[in-house]
Design a protein around this ligand. Structure first.
Ligand code: F6R
Length: 609
């Protein structure tokens, strides 16, 4: 999730850009840069690392520019480095971009054949060269932008400056946020409100397909086809802290609501729509190895370990390959049996978790092929693993993992399909059917978010309890663990997750009228068994809360509370079902007044043993 800022007006642009980028720091980034229109030439300065590094480099330089664009980069294509930092330039123009260009590989090949030289590994640079190419063919800047954007597939918010047009700043949006703002004789653009809130509160939210031209005195918006478009100006009265969280009270809540977008970004470029097959071009592992390997071992910690447990079901059932799942801190000390025919999958949001990293190194030393599933580009695990599949969730700031988990499940599903096709277990028709389910997933997750009021209502009672039990079966058993972990880490209420079949082997002794039991009850082949568990809880005066689907509500025993989510296909159902678990934990913590985003004793990245 990159940050964009742009300015045109009477003031020196550089301090405004740097201050705006500072306000976007919460989005996380690994490098930063600015482009300034200095006289009739564009000056670009970029630096890897914190914004302070860039600001330090600029300290002794003097710029008169009153037009400029700035960027903080959260790497998606190409590791964090000065070359990959934005802005990217091409023949008299400079551009910054937030989003993912899905067809950048083919566009890059074409542009290289035409003689364009690439200076970075990014997907962004193709947009700069495409615009330059259309400029060469005689198009005016605004037309060249439109022509270039018609060729790219994917998500973008872009800002562009041209040496040939020093009075105008251009912007366009499709799928990534961009806000325009009007001050007194000056105009701004940014990927989020906080970046410009100190200057003006009058904002125009760009919509997909909009192209904007900003001059100091005026903002005009047109469609991609060049037709005029009218967009309302909105007065924003948020304070700066509210603005950082896009109006949400906590980052965790914001990140829960970002999940449909995060899933979309994770899927971008990985489904070959025409042929309806998985396209994991970024995997880079030898197909022969994938066909002949004996087993998969997954290692992870905490929430990522829960994702691995769900991934086991996906890979075993869809690809027919045996999967062992290990908590990384256990794996490293138990002399694991892994060798050259093993695929070791290390799952980690941060890519820096000490135990997971140690497990990966150990497996590698024993000859296994290693694959990391990570959210942070360039993190240690991604550098050391033989291959990496990224979850494009964007930076996760809340300590409790939410969107990283759901995007890990999406990547594991893609991996399962890829392995199933490689070893012949899945037919092309199976793959196409399973992919159709995946394509509708962001909408399902969006619809599942509608359960928030029910979660908020039930949180009132839960917040008073000392213990909560979570039960699930099959692919939903790991969700019982995840629901319990979410609740305990942010609300400090003791919670346990159990496979529902284990209840009568011990935990049932705990059940009385004081014990809420959250039961994961999708309409699947284990539904009747889960219903029996709900009955058992009710029979002992326990308080069952069923996370279920509308069709099952009437079958629930009296006295059962229900939270419903839309029905979903078998292997993707956990992605939908986890949403109420996240929201329930959030609203309970909110009632108890705990520090939701930074719970006590926890750190976002556990880099020590
Ligand atoms: C729970 C949580 C932790 C992490 C765990 C692993 O909400 O965030 O349990 O999942 O510390 O972290 P990563 O995925 O960065 O390896």
């Amino acid at each position: 999730m990159c940050g964009i800022v742009g300015y045109i007006g009477p003031q020196p642009a550089l301090p405004i850009l740097i201050e705006g980028l500072t306000r976007l720091e919460y989005r996380g980034y690994d490098s930063a840069g600015v482009a300034l229109l200095e006289g009739d030439a564009i000056e670009i300065r970029r630096a890897e690392g914190k914004l302070a590094v860039l600001a330090g480099q600029l300290r002794d330089e003097r710029f008169a520019a009153t037009l400029g664009i700035g960027h903080t980069r959260w790497a998606t294509h190409g590791r964090p480095s000065e070359q990959n930092a934005h802005p990217h330039a091409s023949h008299g123009l400079a551009l910054v971009h937030n989003g993912i260009i899905e067809n950048f590989v083919e566009l890059r090949e074409r542009l290289e054949q035409e003689g364009f030289r690439f200076a970075s590994e990014t997907d962004t640079e193709v947009i700069a060269h495409l615009i330059a190419r259309h400029r060469r063919q005689g198009l005016a800047p605004s037309q060249a932008i439109r022509a270039a954007l018609a060729e790219v597939r994917g998500a973008y918010a872009v800002a562009v400056v041209f040496e040939a047009e020093p009075e105008t700043l251009y912007a366009a949006r499709n799928g990534s946020p961009l806000v325009l703002a009007k001050g007194e004789g000056e105009s701004f653009l940014a990927s989020d409100i906080p970046a410009v809130l100190a200057h003006t509160r009058e904002m125009i939210f760009m919509e997909d397909g909009d192209v904007a031209a900003l001059s100091a005195g005026e903002i005009t918006i047109t469609s991609l086809a060049g037709e005029p478009v009218a967009r309302e100006t909105t007065h924003i009265d948020w304070n700066p802290v509210m603005a950082e969280k896009a109006g949400f009270k906590h980052f965790m809540l914001k990140e829960i609501y970002e999940q449909p977008r995060a899933i979309n970004d994770t899927l971008a470029g990985r489904i070959h729509q025409g042929e309806q097959r998985v396209a994991l071009a970024d995997l880079g592992l030898d197909v022969e190895f994938l066909r002949t390997m004996r087993r998969v071992v997954m290692v992870a910690c905490g929430t990522s370990w829960h994702a691995a447990l769900v991934g086991k079901y996906m890979v075993e059932q869809l690809a027919g390959v045996g999967v062992e799942v290990d908590i990384a801190s256990e794996f490293r000390y138990r002399k694991p049996i892994v060798g050259p025919r093993t695929l070791l999958v290390a799952i980690s949001q941060s890519g820096e978790t000490a135990d997971t990293l140690a497990a990966l190194r150990q497996a590698k030393a024993q000859g296994a092929t290693t694959l990391s599933i990570c959210n942070v580009v360039g993190s240690t695990m991604t550098r050391e693993a033989d291959a990496t599949l990224y979850t494009h969730a964007g930076p996760e700031i809340g300590v409790a993992s939410t969107k990283a988990f759901t995007t890990q499940l999406v990547v594991l599903y893609l991996l399962a399909l890829h392995l199933g096709r490689a070893n012949g277990r899945l037919s092309g028709d199976d793959e196409a059917t399973l992919l159709r389910d995946l394509i509708t997933l962001p909408t399902m997750v969006e619809e599942a978010l509608a359960c928030a009021p029910a979660c908020e209502r039930l949180a009132k009672g839960l917040a008073e309890r000392r213990d909560v039990l979570y039960l699930g079966r099959g692919i939903h058993f790991p969700l019982a663990l995840e629901g319990a972990l979410k609740l305990k880490e942010i609300s400090y209420i003791h919670a346990e997750g159990y496979p529902a079949g284990e209840m009568k082997h011990g935990p049932i002794a705990l059940i009385d009228e004081e014990m809420p039991v959250v039961c994961l009850l999708p309409d699947d082949d284990l539904m009747e068994k889960m219903l029996s568990n709900v009955e058992e809880v009710r029979a002992r005066d326990g308080v069952p809360i069923a996370i279920t689907q509308p069709a099952l509500v009437d079958t629930l025993p009296e006295g059962t509370e229900a939270i419903t989510v839309p029905p979903c296909s078998r292997y993707l159902c956990p992605v939908v079902m986890v949403v109420p678990l996240q929201l329930l934990a959030y609203y309970v913590a909110l009632r108890r007044g705990t520090d939701v985003d930074q719970p006590r004793n926890l750190a976002k990245s556990v880099t020590v043993e």
